[in-house]
Write a protein that binds this ligand. Structure first.
Ligand code: TYD
Ligand code: MG
Length: 453
């Protein structure tokens, strides 16, 4: 009998080692090595013969393909993120924190696609739980089947019998195959089961959607290699205390990765948000200090979002700084610029910053609105609600140009803003007379403070 072959895998990055290691040399994590059996003990090692290989090299110009027809998911936001729908034979991975709504999203999509036969394989929840969720969503697709199974052999047998158009796997970490002896969710099981599904998708042209868990540091649980194996990686994110959910494309072999889908979690499932600006601006009845509106761009979409600041005298020796939805270091940098370039004594003040709607913003164009909100709160003077801002602030206090200024301006115009403050380096090429909105150029933080107050 052959010896059982085992190897140690880093459960964080998938690195392989023949002996146990305390610290992974590849990713630097401690205590992540787990021993896994990589082959069945009695499997005869087979020598490959030349005739085992059937692939033939083909000149590029002789390869033909049909114009890809995409499967419409009946969800405008999901279609957008996928680049126009699901590509037949593709394999899509959706990752996200527990409880964010991955299962809800995909069950809803499955129920909505009434023209397709869908197999929803769940290894996480019972049929009753899924039925309860389906009732909550309240749509019915008679051709949506639920399968409670985690063994891939059994799953493929059912697929063969019922012939679905789309397969959804919830989640890849629960699957196991009998060609390996390690437990479900281990690196080698994930790699093997995902590999089986990938070969299945490619040979049958049936698309497969996988749900993947996320580790505490935000990367997809298990291996980076899972991301390499699939065609598209989507990330579902949001603050659990708010309703908004953002579906981001991280990798897409069939479309752009800058697209973004926005949903709102409601009691009856996820609602698509086609005009995000209206929701991200909180309704204000009266003028409040510490609020400024930024014209930002997320993915390809311009949207207006509210930044809120609270500035007060520091109660303790060290002033408190806290920020939600905006990088804290960047906020500290902006406060330092304000102090140095326009003489505001920020070092003795507590500053709290919040981006409305619980979303996280990386667009540097929001800087100007952050500065405006901080100034407004520090001086306790409300900013008029018909003005918005778009500009990046540099270390020497210059207001820098930002990308796609026209789309920001037209979005602000569309939402009824009367004035927008932008960098004066952005002014070139903009037809100021054509715009219905008044465009106010600013060059330096000092000018900005004067114009604003
Ligand atoms: P779920 O899809 O189970 O998350 P995941 O699969 O990513 O772990 O989402 C569950 C959360 O969504 C749960 O906290 C309840 C909430 N929810 C709603 O608010 N409305 C609904 O209609 C549904 C089905 C769930
Ligand atoms: Mg789930």
């Amino acid at each position: 009998m052959a010896k059982t072959k085992t190897t140690f895998f880093c459960q964080n990055c998938g690195n392989q080692s023949s002996k146990w290691l305390g610290k992974c040399p590849a990713c630097g994590e401690w205590n992540t090595y787990v021993e896994e059996v990589i082959s069945k003990p009695d499997k005869k090692h087979k020598k490959y013969q030349a005739e085992d290989f059937k692939s033939i090299p083909t000149p590029v110009k002789e390869i033909t393909y049909e114009k890809e027809t995409r499967v419409d998911t009946r969800s405008e936001e999901l279609n957008r993120v996928l680049g126009g729908g699901i590509v037949p034979g593709s394999i899509v991975l959706i990752g996200g924190e527990p409880g964010i709504g991955k299962s809800t999203l995909l069950l809803q999509v499955a129920l909505n696609m009434s023209k397709s036969k869908i197999l929803y394989v769940s290894g996480e929840e019972s049929n009753q739980q899924l039925k309860m969720r389906a009732d909550r969503i309240g749509i019915n697709n008679p051709d949506c089947y639920i399968l409670n199974e985690t063994f891939t052999g059994e799953i493929f047998r059912h697929i063969g019998e019922m012939g679905p158009d789309i397969i959804i796997i919830d989640s890849i970490q629960t699957l196991y195959t009998d060609s390996l002896e390690s437990s479900a969710g281990s690196i080698s099981q994930i790699r093997e089961t995902a590999g089986e599904l990938q070969r299945f998708a490619k040979t049958t042209n049936i698309p497969v959607i996988l749900i993947g868990h996320i580790t505490k540091d935000g990367s997809l649980a298990g291996p980076k290699l899972l991301e390499h194996m699939v065609d598209t990686v989507l990330q579902f994110e949001g603050d659990r205390h708010y309703g908004f959910r953002i579906l981001r494309s991280v990798k897409n072999r069939f479309g752009s990765t800058s697209e973004l889908g926005i949903f709102e979690m409601q009691s009856g499932g996820l609602r698509e948000v086609s005009n995000p600006s209206e929701l991200l601006l909180s309704q204000r009845d009266e003028d409040m200090s510490g609020v400024a509106i930024a014209a930002m761009i997320e993915g390809q979409r311009p949207m207006l979002i509210e930044t809120q600041a609270l500035v007060g005298p520091a109660a303790y020796g060290t002033p408190q700084r806290s920020s939600t939805g905006f990088d804290l270091r960047r906020m500290n940098m902006l406060l330092a610029v304000l102090e140095k370039r326009s003489g505001f004594k920020m070092s003795t003040k507590d500053v709290f910053l919040n981006i409305a709607g619980g979303i996280r913003v990386d667009d540097p164009a929001i800087d100007l609105a952050v500065v405006a909100a901080v100034l407004s709160s520090a001086e306790d003077m409300a900013i008029s609600d018909n003005i918005c801002f778009a500009g990046e602030v540099g270390l020497s206090g210059e207001i820098r140009a930002v990308s796609r200024i026209e789309s920001r301006i037209s979005e602000a115009e569309k939402l009824g803003f009367e004035r927008i403050m932008i960098s004066r380096y952005n002014i070139k090429g903009i037809d100021k007379k054509q715009a219905k909105i008044e465009i106010i150029p600013v060059g330096k933080v000092q000018d900005f403070v004067e114009k604003l107050l």
